[in-house]
Structure formats: structure tokens, C-alpha cells
Design a protein. Structure first.
Length: 494
């Protein structure tokens, strides 16, 4: 099968490409890539994660979003007692510190394993168990940390080595892992073998589910057997918007990112996207970002989105990764998943690092048990005459939607090749400050200041501005690119 795969790690992208080369379709490739990402990008994703998979099927031009994001723990507990969480300060951008709440009390119910399985059951061609071997081998034999992953290990060190179980995985001789060290995850390899053999529900029912619940509950968390047994994947219809004659589709409410991008793209088209890198184009982008930030909520209407939804969605977060796939028949998949910043809790004997999504919420008003949390994740596809032109998604917390939107603009409005589109410097409006990534023309930034913008100038590219992965398919030509800000990669299969 021809196709293209882009992801946040070269091993992730290559795993998806190998599945295509073996005759798998876009969903098979996305699942195979995702399983390898659980190993190669373990600080960001894994069986303890939640996420979303947007699937566009060429045969009937249908598009569905598989919502396997995390849900609030505590079913069957009656009145929940909110346990104090552990607090860590994480430095993400050379002096910019963010507080994270971690530990067992921060853990929400994950959905990654059953999400991948349900999408594969609906659309996959290759056998489920056959997709697991590359990930199992990497977990058992080890993955050498590249510079991108070593950076993540460094900034998340206080989380990755927070408990004895996590230190057993992420520590060598009392020190954190660094570039060129081997990360070996033998327990995770065994869990992958179990999921391959028995399916994703093995984490939600039976002995393994009991292990997960017992460990979390023993350390002050709320994940119960009822939480795990009742967890279900939700199929949703994507949000849609028109932009420059093409159709943008993404993750719908209750998540916020997709609908905010769908709200912003037509506004940008009306303003005029301008010439890339010019002050006028950046000004238009910034004005749209200001409108997105000020959008009011209208119960999921495309015309507006409640500020409260965006605030709740802001948590997801630094520990996010994205995979984009298109195959030669025009099937497309955009898959975004996350463990948040990670809880630091690894269930003994399983290698499963549980997310910390509950840790980002106002503890005075915890969401009800069983509720699906919101997210800023925006796995997206752009259709041109009904066929996938661009498949894109990103990491980056509140910068995530800006990263996705700017890549859509670069490819669709500016006609840039996908590698150039991802590599171009980005902007992000944070309050009254317009952050401009290194690589912009200083003279154009001077013009922006003359226009009245408070410009914050970054010296170089930075993960602060998101980590995107994207593929394009136009006039029979395939292309793929991962984000250099995160050590990403793209692979084309001809």
C-alpha cells in the first residue's frame, strides 16, 4: 500500500510505514505507529493515556472521530474524598516554570488501548496481534534516547522518577536517562503481549484491571473496577468548516480545539491570510487568535465556544504526541494521544504509566465521576474535492490549536510543501503578548510593534510552539513531515 506517515519520533513513523508496506491501510498503520509510540515516546503516551482518532474512509467519504479520552474516576465510591496531590515545578522553556499536580490522586481513567482496538475492529485489514511485534521488541530490547526524547526526560524528570516503580524504569545508577542511553521496558513488553493476545479490554476487566485499581486506590487515587469496566469509546461526528475552497474537519465538542480552529479559519479567510512571514499575515493570524480567545459559548455551536470549555481543556498539555497517516486509496487517520504530564505512577509489574489529567482541574469542584474530560487536542483532516489533502495534528497545550491552524494556513492558503509548512516559525497570542518564534524577519516584527502589538521575540525554534506531524496527498504526490521542535519524522511509502 502506498502512503505516508508522520509522527513525533522516527521509530513511530517507520512503524506506520512498515505496516503500509505490508499491505495495511491507514488505520492499521496508525495503530502500529501508536503502539510503537507507547514505547519510543513513553513520557508522552502509552496504555495509561487518552486520546482521539479521526478516521476518513475513502470508500464512502465518511469521517468519524473515536473519542477515547480520559474520564473522571470514582464510580461506586459514593461521596468522594479529594486526596492531596503531589506538586512539582517543571521548567519547559528555559525559565518558564509550570506547576503540575501528580500522584495517584491525579489519575483519570485511560482509554488508549480500547480506542485503538475499536477503530481497528471497524476499519483495519491486518490482524490485530500482528501489529504489536515491533513495539514488543522495542520495549524488551530497548530504545536509544534521541535528543528530542532526552530533552523530554530532562524537563519531566521530577515526574518520571517520582515513585519507586517509575525510578525502576527511568533511572540508571541514581541518575536520569540522557541521550544515547537505552530505555528498556520489559514489564510494558509483557503488557503489550497480553493486549495483543486478549484485546484492549484486558486492561479494563479481570486481573490486570484489578492490579490497576488496587494500586491507584492504595496510594490515594480514585480509579475503581467500576470505572474501568464501564469505560466505553464514543464515536462522534467531526466539526466542519470551509477554508479557501477546501473543507476542514476536526475533533468536535466537548473538546475545544477543533471547534476553535473551525471558528477561526473562515475569519482568517475573510481577513486575508496574506504572504507568509509578513507583518500583515501575522497581524491577521493574531487578530483571529484574539477572537478565538474571546469566543463565547453557545452549547457547542460553531459560532462560539464557552470560555469555560477552553479553560478546562487547557490541561492537555505538555505530554502529547500526534500521528498522521494517509494511504494510497485516500483513507486518512489523525491520531492524538496524551498522558498529560504523567502522574509518575507506574502500576507495578505492568509498565503502565497512568495519566495525571485530574491534576489540572479546580480541586474545589471536581467533575462528576464517569464524566468525559475536555481537551484541546485537534486531530484534523483537510479535504480537497472530497479527498484528503492534508492530515495534521499537534502537541502543545493552548499552543496546540495555533500550531494546527498555522499548518493548515501554510499548506492550504500559502501552498507550501508540508515540510516547509511545519518548519516555518509560528506565533502565539498569550493575553496581550504576541509570541513570535525565532526565524521571523526582525523588520516584520518591527512593523508588528508599529501596528500596536506587544511582541515577544524568541531567539530560535522551541517546543513551546507545538510539535506537529502532517502528511499531504495532492495530484497523486505524497509527502510527510514531523516537527523538528520535537525530533519528529515523516516517511513516504511508494
Amino acid at each position: 500500500m502506498r502512503g505516508a506517515v508522520a509522527a513525533g519520533h522516527p521509530l513511530t513513523a517507520q512503524a506506520g510505514a512498515d505496516v503500509l508496506a505490508a499491505g495495511g491501510n491507514a488505520v492499521d498503520a496508525a495503530v502500529g505507529a501508536a503502539l510503537v509510540s507507547w514505547v519510543a515516546e513513553s513520557p508522552l503516551t502509552g496504555p495509561g493515556a487518552g486520546g482521539f482518532m479521526l478516521v476518513h474512509r475513502a470508500r464512502d467519504q465518511s469521517t468519524r472521530v473515536y473519542d477515547f479520552f480520559v474520564s473522571v474516576a470514582g464510580l461506586g465510591l459514593g461521596r468522594r474524598v479529594v486526596t492531596d496531590m503531589d506538586r512539582v515545578d517543571v521548567d519547559f522553556s528555559g525559565g518558564s516554570t509550570q506547576v503540575f499536580h501528580i500522584g495517584a490522586a491525579s489519575c483519570a481513567v485511560p482509554g488508549a488501548a480500547v480506542g485503538l482496538e475499536e477503530a481497528h475492529r471497524s476499519f483495519g485489514r491486518l490482524a490485530w496481534r500482528d501489529l504489536f511485534q515491533p513495539a514488543i521488541d522495542l520495549a524488551r530490547n530497548g530504545v536509544e534516547l534521541n535528543k528530542g526524547q532526552a530533552y523530554l526526560h530532562a524537563i519531566l524528570d521530577l515526574i518520571l522518577r517520582h515513585t519507586p516503580e517509575s525510578r525502576a524504569v527511568y533511572e540508571r545508577n541514581g541518575e536520569r536517562l540522557v541521550a544515547e542511553d537505552m530505555l528498556i521496558q520489559a514489564d510494558l513488553a509483557n503488557t503489550l503481549e497480553l493486549i495483543a493476545e486478549k484485546g484492549g479490554r484486558v486492561l479494563y476487566e479481570g486481573e490486570l484491571a484489578e492490579q490497576i485499581s488496587d494500586h491507584i486506590r492504595a496510594h490515594g487515587g480514585c480509579i475503581t473496577r467500576e470505572d474501568l469496566e464501564s469505560y466505553r469509546v464514543i464515536r462522534r461526528r467531526p466539526i466542519r468548516a470551509s477554508f479557501c475552497g477546501e473543507e476542514y474537519l476536526s475533533n468536535p465538542p466537548p473538546s475545544a480545539g477543533g471547534i476553535l480552529i473551525a471558528y477561526g479559519l473562515p475569519l482568517l479567510e475573510e481577513l486575508g491570510p496574506g504572504e507568509p512571514g509578513k507583518a500583515e499575515a501575522i497581524d491577521a493570524l493574531a487578530r483571529v487568535m484574539r477572537e478565538q480567545a474571546n469566543a463565547r459559548i453557545d452549547a457547542g455551536s460553531v459560532k462560539g465556544l464557552a470560555r469555560a470549555l477552553e479553560t478546562r481543556a487547557a490541561v492537555v498539555s505538555q505530554g502529547t504526541t500526534h500521528i498522521s497517516v494517509v494511504d494510497g486509496k485516500g483513507n486518512a487517520v489523525a491520531l492524538t494521544s496524551s498522558t498529560g504530564a504523567g502522574s509518575g505512577v507506574i502500576v507495578p509489574g505492568t509498565g503502565i504509566h497512568i495519566n495525571n489529567m485530574i491534576g489540572e482541574f479546580d480541586l474545589a469542584k471536581p467533575p462528576r465521576a464517569g464524566a468525559r474530560l475536555s481537551s484541546m487536542m485537534s486531530p484534523s483532516v483537510v479535504l480537497k474535492e472530497g479527498r484528503p489533502h492534508l492530515v495534521v495534528g499537534s502537541a502543545g497545550s493552548l499552543r496546540l490549536r495555533g500550531s494546527v491552524m498555522q499548518n493548515v494556513v501554510n499548506v492550504v492558503a500559502h501552498n507550501l510543501p508540508v515540510e516547509d509548512a511545519i518548519d516555518r516559525p509560528r506565533v502565539h497570542l498569550e493575553g496581550e503578548d504576541l509570541h513570535c518564534e525565532g526565524g521571523h524577519d526582525p523588520a516584520e516584527l518591527d512593523k508588528l510593534e508599529e501596528m500596536g502589538w506587544n511582541v515577544t521575540r524568541w531567539r530560535r525554534q522551541n517546543l513551546y510552539f507545538g510539535g506537529a506531524s502532517a502528511v499531504t496527498f495532492e495530484n497523486g504526490e505524497l509527502a510527510a513531515a514531523g516537527d523538528p521542535r520535537r525530533g519528529g519524522a515523516g516517511v513516504v511509502v511508494e
